[in-house]
Ligand binder design. Structure first.
Ligand SMILES: *[C@@H]1O[C@H](CO)[C@@H](O)[C@H](O)[C@H]1NC(C)=O
Ligand SMILES: *[C@@H]1O[C@H](CO)[C@@H](O)[C@H](O)[C@H]1NC(C)=O
Ligand SMILES: *[C@@H]1O[C@H](CO)[C@@H](O)[C@H](O)[C@H]1NC(C)=O
Ligand SMILES: *[C@@H]1O[C@H](CO)[C@@H](O)[C@H](O)[C@H]1NC(C)=O
Ligand SMILES: *[C@@H]1O[C@H](CO)[C@@H](O)[C@H](O)[C@H]1NC(C)=O
Ligand SMILES: *[C@@H]1O[C@H](CO)[C@@H](O)[C@H](O)[C@H]1NC(C)=O
Ligand SMILES: *[C@@H]1O[C@H](CO)[C@@H](O)[C@H](O)[C@H]1NC(C)=O
Length: 784
């Protein structure tokens, strides 16, 4: 699927020169506003709104129902209509060129009088509650370029007159209640680039004119009631074939289309995503499909396509998803499919395929991709392929798995090596423990485990008063001894300014995270203990609990935390698989968790975090946010604190005033929180270069330029459609948190309260029972 921001502004596509003249005009308006006193009405000629447009807007307002009073500003004599005073209106030379009022809860209908706005270029009223039909008069507006009315309740048919808009580029009427057939005249708009009529009740055939369009790049007609054979005229320009089709996305899913598979699809050389699942298409797949060298996804599931899977599909190296399930395909799965290195989704289940599944495919995809083919074999233990020739004599094969003797020896010796390694390791540790004085002190930090580095004698239990170390537990379920800790097998998870973090597995199999603090920069023992005794008492569901600390006889300091197997937010967000989508409810619950944790830290624990980044926010099994690393700066000498600040700055989480201040406070923490919220909204990492500006600046600029929709992570587009207000309000809140002026920023408590208003708790709870992670094929069909 190609995700494109729906609200793209056609203005951006205007030649630079005319954009500049718009700008100049605007400037002149402002200058006039400053120079001319309001009484001298004459001087406004050409700048104040024209009479026709003024009346047009008044008529439009009259037929809207405006429960939120968004249009209250459309009042008075229209003096300010064209100078930014009227919500959602932009003008040029006193004529309205843009009406942009998405997500405003507008009801009522769109007045036919809108046709009076003869200079209108863009009408964007998506995500409202508008009913009634689409005004015929829109087709009489000569310069209309963008019409975005998706996510409303418009009824009736699509006016054929729209085809008369010669410059129309984007027509998105998706998710309304439109019925009757698609007017063939739509293809008369020779600039039409994006046509989205999905999720309506349109019937009749797909007009032949659309299949021949030489301008369309995106065509979505899915989820309608279209019927009849799919014409075989794709990409054949009606007059000549000098202008090849530019179609990139073609989606016809969930209709009742019939007839044979259209071979002419193979003419659409730019095609990237192509789907017509859930129809009644028959016929066979042409081998010429391999001409589609840019094809990434192909979904023809739930049809009646028969014949063999063409071997040439293996030549489409760009293919990432191939769904042929629930058809009537026969023959074997071509081995060539294994050449598709980028393939991440493959489904041929419920066909009539036979023979063995190519080994590479059965390794990459599990049996749910192959089931329902009675004569297909070799894709799971329960579907062994019948052996035609007697197997070559080889006693080791009796297990039924294809392991040669050599393999088995290799595996066995590998396993042995590992076992021996662990044994040696544990033995070493326990031996050394018996001989305290032979400890090797430091220098072994990067060793495979805590144990290796901590060979000194571990004092017993709580305050092991002997010459050895000292282990102190804070409340919690863990009951390990110093020996347990020091003998644990450990692997390095990461390093930071403060030290190295290990995942340690204790004897009983439980796991803890152990941070070995860098001795050079930690405070002296007495001060250290004072501070850590404060941190160890902090308990909150959104703060990672500090469970224990260990002071070694040589001054080593280990700090023990709960181990979070799901890792940190940065990895969760930026380093996940291509098929893992994180929906808005999940992101919002993470944001709320962080806000609650920070609030508790600031007000109840009286601790400043000082280094809040998405890598310091961990996730538990239920995807609850757990802030970690809080207050660690208190355990360190001051010089260490500033080096952490420097790191945070490099990562883009540092409040600007810290360059002078050097000392973190609640407002600098809120700034960091704001950056993480922006990270979750945009999907962008603050360390990414964004044309030389940081993430907050980038977002602020985009919002100013009114391309707010382009700010959001493409993955959230479905959520933008359904929960747009929530996303927008969270964006506003985040921008408030990253305000350059510290006093303007809210406190964590206000952030928490406002988040509760944006998405009330019952709602949030209702959605936690949903799967936290959307798989794309599911989200596409359930998003409405
Ligand atoms: C018109 O609306 C503006 C903005 O909402 C408001 O400040 C002004 O008082 C209104 N004027 C009239 C005449 O209602
Ligand atoms: C068409 O609209 C639907 C529903 O609004 C959306 O899911 C889909 O991504 C859109 N397709 C294109 C190509 O814009
Ligand atoms: C879809 O179209 C068929 C005729 O082609 C009609 O019988 C059926 O009622 C329509 N369904 C809907 C949901 O409009
Ligand atoms: C071919 O079609 C293009 C675009 O439709 C048009 O500009 C061109 O004049 C046509 N050429 C001929 C020879 O008809
Ligand atoms: C499946 O294919 C076999 C031949 O491979 C054929 O004999 C059988 O009738 C087919 N079954 C169906 C349900 O099409
Ligand atoms: C098979 O793979 C699919 C997609 O990768 C996954 O959703 C499903 O849980 C897997 N099923 C089993 C039984 O492993
Ligand atoms: C393949 O398609 C079948 C039928 O639609 C479905 O039950 C199965 O879960 C799918 N397998 C994968 C891996 O998506």
């Amino acid at each position: 699927m190609e995700f494109i921001t729906k609200d793209q502004s056609f203005l951006d596509q205007k030649p630079l020169a005319s954009r500049r003249s718009f700008f100049l005009l605007h400037l002149i308006t402002i200058i006039l506003l400053l120079l001319v006193s309001p009484s001298s009405g004459q001087a406004w000629d050409g700048v104040v709104i024209t009479q026709a447009d003024y009346q047009g807007l008044q008529a439009v307002k009259q037929e809207f129902i405006d429960p939120r009073g968004v249009l209250r500003s459309w009042n008075g004599s229209g003096f300010t209509a064209c100078s930014g005073g009227w919500a959602g209106i932009k003008c040029a030379q006193g004529q309205v060129i843009v009406i942009q009022l998405p997500w405003k809860s507008l009801g009522g209908r769109i007045s036919e009088k809108i046709g009076q706005l003869q200079a209108l270029r863009k009408l964007s009223l998506h995500d409202n509650n508008l009913g009634g039909s689409i005004p015929l008069s829109l087709g009489l507006i000569p310069n209309l370029r963008g019409l975005q009315l998706f996510n409303n309740r418009l009824t009736g048919s699509i006016p054929a007159s729209l085809g008369a808009s010669r410059f129309l580029q984007t027509l998105d009427l998706s998710n309304n209640l439109l019925s009757e057939s698609i007017p063939p005249s739509l293809a008369d708009s020779t600039k039409l680039l994006r046509l989205n009529l999905s999720f309506n009740s349109l019937s009749g055939q797909v007009p032949v004119s659309l299949t021949r369009s030489s301008s369309l790049q995106f065509l979505s007609l899915d989820h309608n009631n279209l019927s009849g054979p799919v014409l075989d005229t794709w990409g054949s320009s009606s007059t000549n074939n000098t202008s090849p089709s530019l179609l990139r996305v073609l989606s016809l899913d969930h209709n009742t289309l019939s007839g044979p598979f259209p071979f002419s699809i193979c003419n659409l050389l730019d095609l990237q995503d192509f789907s017509f699942s859930h129809n009644r298409i028959s016929g066979t797949l042409p081998s010429e499909l391999s001409k589609l060298t840019k094809l990434r996804t192909m979904d023809i599931s739930s049809n009646s396509v028969s014949g063999q899977i063409p071997e040439t599909l293996g030549d489409i190296s760009s293919l990432t998803r191939l769904d042929l399930s629930q058809n009537k395909l026969t023959g074997e799965i071509p081995v060539s499919i294994t050449d598709l290195k980028s393939l991440t989704f493959f489904n041929v289940s419920y066909n009539n395929l036979s023979g063995p599944v190519p080994t590479l495919l059965s390794q990459k995809f599990n049996s749910t991709s192959f089931v329902g083919n009675l004569e297909l074999c070799g894709y799971s233990v329960s579907t062994p392929c019948p052996t035609l020739n007697p197997p070559p004599p080889s006693p080791e094969k009796s297990s039924g798995r294809n392991l040669s003797t050599k393999d088995i020896i290799l595996i066995a010796s590998g396993a042995l090596l590992i076992v021996m390694f662990i044994l040696v390791f544990v033995l070493l540790c326990c031996l050394l423990r018996k001989k305290p004085d032979k400890s090797k002190a430091k220098g072994a930090e990067a060793g495979p485990g805590v144990a290796a580095t901590k060979t000194e004698k571990g004092g017993e239990a709580e305050t092991g008063g002997e010459t050895g170390g000292k282990l102190v537990h804070f409340d919690g379920p863990m009951a390990f001894t110093a020996d347990d800790l020091l003998c644990a097998t450990a692997e390095i998870m990461g390093k930071s300014t403060y030290g190295t973090v290990y995942k340690a597995t204790l004897e009983d199999g439980s796991q803890v995270a152990v941070k070995r603090l860098r001795e050079k920069i930690t405070k002296g023992q007495k001060e250290f203990e004072n501070e850590i005794n404060v941190l160890g008492r902090i308990r909150h569901p959104n703060l990672l609990a500090l469970r224990a600390y260990y002071l070694g006889p040589k001054g080593e300091k280990l700090v023990v935390f709960d181990y979070m197997s799901r890792g940190n937010l940065a990895t969760f967000l930026h380093a996940r698989g291509p098929d893992v989508h994180i929906n808005w409810p999940t992101r919002m619950s993470l944001i709320k968790g962080m806000a609650r944790g920070l609030f508790y830290l600031h007000t109840h624990a009286n601790v400043i975090h000082g280094n809040l980044t998405s890598s310091n926010v961990l996730l538990d099994e239920n995807n609850n946010a757990k802030i970690s690393d809080y207050g660690l700066s208190r355990l360190m000498i001051t010089a260490a604190g500033s080096s952490v600040i420097a790191t945070a700055s490099a990562l883009g989480y540092r409040a600007p005033e810290l360059s002078k201040l050097k000392k973190a406070n609640t407002k600098t923490d809120v700034y960091s929180l704001g950056v993480i919220i922006l990270e979750l909204l945009t999907g962008k990492s603050p360390s990414e270069a964004l044309n030389g500006v940081d993430l907050p600046q980038w977002v602020a600029t985009a919002v100013k330029e009114e391309s707010t929709n382009e700010v959001f992570d493409v993955e959230l587009l479905n959520d933008v459609n359904t929960m747009g207000d929530e996303l927008l309000n969270t964006l506003k809140l985040a921008l408030h948190c990253v305000d350059p002026t510290p006093s303007t920023r809210p406190e964590a408590q206000q952030v928490m309260t406002q988040l509760g208003e944006i998405r009330p708790e019952e709602m949030a709870e209702a959605t936690t029972s949903e799967p936290l992670i959307d798989v794309p094929e599911a989200s596409a069909s359930t998003s409405r």
